[in-house]
Design a protein around this ligand. Structure first.
Ligand code: SDX
Length: 431
């Protein structure tokens, strides 16, 4: 953390309190309020944390107004265009781009951790076949602490490293198993001769009755989706992982908590909700009806896949994914799919409607990822599991970073209490 350069003065009831100000390498200054309650006897109030920095970090930086996303300083469009997911994983985990030898060693390590404990197959069989894959994945990832005892001690750096590699390596296998289980097909084992994205596509779509050939354009698009969802500062699910980790919970439990939070339709569940919204709209001529509903303050309906808490002009990930969407749709010859016709028309209407322009509601990453995954043949129920698979490295990197701060402590927010003050119990005959 940079030295204290400046301070702010807070005056309360005639008393003044100096609050140190820290300047970042990028982004807004921060006010250090850690001693505020002890000195002034007041809390700050920020539900939703719109103005609160929960930690310092060197992993990812977002400039919401300029539509900038940097991973360890590298712009997301360069990484999506020139790098690939496992190299981005190395960058997020270790803070620099690997040499060829380091990358080969890392990819070999991840590749050789992709199998899951064979006993886990039985664990899957306890679920109903119609379970949502996210419900299965939350359970299976949390249960990993029951299968990998030798990498749950968070105080042992080597165990933290092994748990990190196991989670990144096994998430595609677990997500593919969840999908196969829900469609009643046999699990497909990972192959060490395939790259990360190709392995995942094969584990999802191969069947024992015939060879499965991975289409390089689809595996490239899959890898790009993984890369674009890898990390995103202190979003809701990452903050959940950090808070769970602050109690000393094991890494598998912390990542399971992040997966549970990501599931919500306002967060990682938006890509599934977006496709379901497009299916509900059904045809281009019904778009005006839904645009009116999105503007109606009395209607809870929102355009899923639009808007963002931080980005207020454009989501740079969406810009990159839009290119991939066009490639995949053309390759699969589905550019005439009625659902995708609704998506493209809705995008144009929202981008030109004064209401959405004024409120900065533009297509976000989930709008385009949903379109690509639908075109690839994934059911909408697999969209968020793919987001969770991609974000695991971000959660793990932020989890690791938290340990690098020797002063880190259990997270324990306070509150503005508006409930009843002290009153005595009344016996039932006196009520
Ligand atoms: C992700 O944080 C991250 O980094 C998340 C993420 C990541 O990588 O981790 O980027 C992934 O979660 C992307 C966002 C996916 N969610 C959706 O697509 C769901 C639809 N979007 C909305 O729920 C909403 O835009 C949020 C939750 C994304 C952002 O909400 P904000 O910034 O808190 O905005 P808000 O709810 O305060 O809304 C501001 C105004 C409101 O109107 P007013 O009260 O000011 O009149 O905009 C309106 C809202 O009604 N609004 C929308 C809208 N989103 C906001 N109106 C219609 N449709 C929408 N989608």
């Amino acid at each position: 953390m940079s030295d204290t350069q400046k301070s702010a003065t807070l005056a309360i009831d005639g008393q003044s309190f100096e609050l140190p100000i820290y300047s970042p390498t990028a982004g807004p200054d921060v006010l250090d309020i850690r001693k505020l309650y002890a000195q002034a006897g007041v809390f700050t109030y920020d539900p939703g944390f719109t103005s609160t920095a929960s930690c310092d970090s060197t992993i990812t930086f977002i400039d919401g107004d300029k539509g900038v996303l940097l991973h360890r300083g590298y712009p997301i469009d360069q990484l999506a265009g020139k790098s690939h997911y496992l190299e981005v994983c190395f960058l997020l985990l270790y803070g620099y781009l690997p040499t060829a030898a380091e990358l080969e060693d890392f990819e070999n390590t991840i590749t050789r951790h992709t199998m899951v404990h064979e006993q886990m197959n039985n664990f899957f069989r306890g679920f109903r076949r119609d379970a949502h894959p996210m419900a299965i994945i939350v359970g299976v990832v949390g249960a990993m602490s029951a299968f990998y005892h030798d990498s749950t001690d968070i105080n042992d750096p080597l165990q933290r490293e092994i748990a990190s590699h196991r989670l990144i390596a096994k998430m595609p296998t677990i997500a593919a198993m969840a999908y196969k289980y829900t469609v009643g097909q046999p699990f497909v084992y990972p192959r060490n001769d395939l790259d990360y994205a190709s392995n995942f596509l094969r584990m999802c779509f191969a069947v024992p009755c015939e060879e499965y050939e991975v289409n390089p354009i689809l595996s490239r698009a899959m890898d790009r989706i993984f890369t674009l969802h890898a990390d995103h500062e202190q979003n809701a699910s990452t903050s959940t992982v950090r808070l769970a980790s602050s109690s000393g919970a094991n890494p598998f439990a912390c990542i399971a908590a992040g997966i549970a939070c990501l599931w919500g339709p306002a967060h990682g569940g938006a890509n599934q909700a977006c496709l379901e919204m497009l299916k509900e709209i059904g045809s281009v001529d019904r778009i005006p009806e839904y645009i009116a509903r999105a503007k109606d303050k009395n209607d809870p309906f929102r355009l899923m896949g639009f808007g963002h808490r931080v980005y207020k002009n454009t989501d740079p990930r969406a810009t990159v994914l839009k290119q991939s969407a066009d490639e995949v749709l053309e390759l699969l010859g589905v550019e005439n799919n009625p659902l995708l016709a609704v998506a493209k028309e809705l995008e144009q209407v929202a981008l030109n409607d004064p209401y959405f322009v004024e409120k900065k509601l533009f297509p976000n990453v989930d709008f385009y990822s949903g379109i690509i995954l639908e075109a690839m043949g994934f059911p909408t129920s697999m969209f968020t599991p793919i987001f969770a698979l991609s974000r695991t490295v971000g959660w793990i990197s932020q989890w690791k970073e938290q340990f690098s701060d020797p002063a880190h402590k259990i997270g324990r927010p306070r509150q503005l209490y508006l409930g009843e003050t002290l009153r005595n119990y009344a016996d039932i005959e006196d009520r």
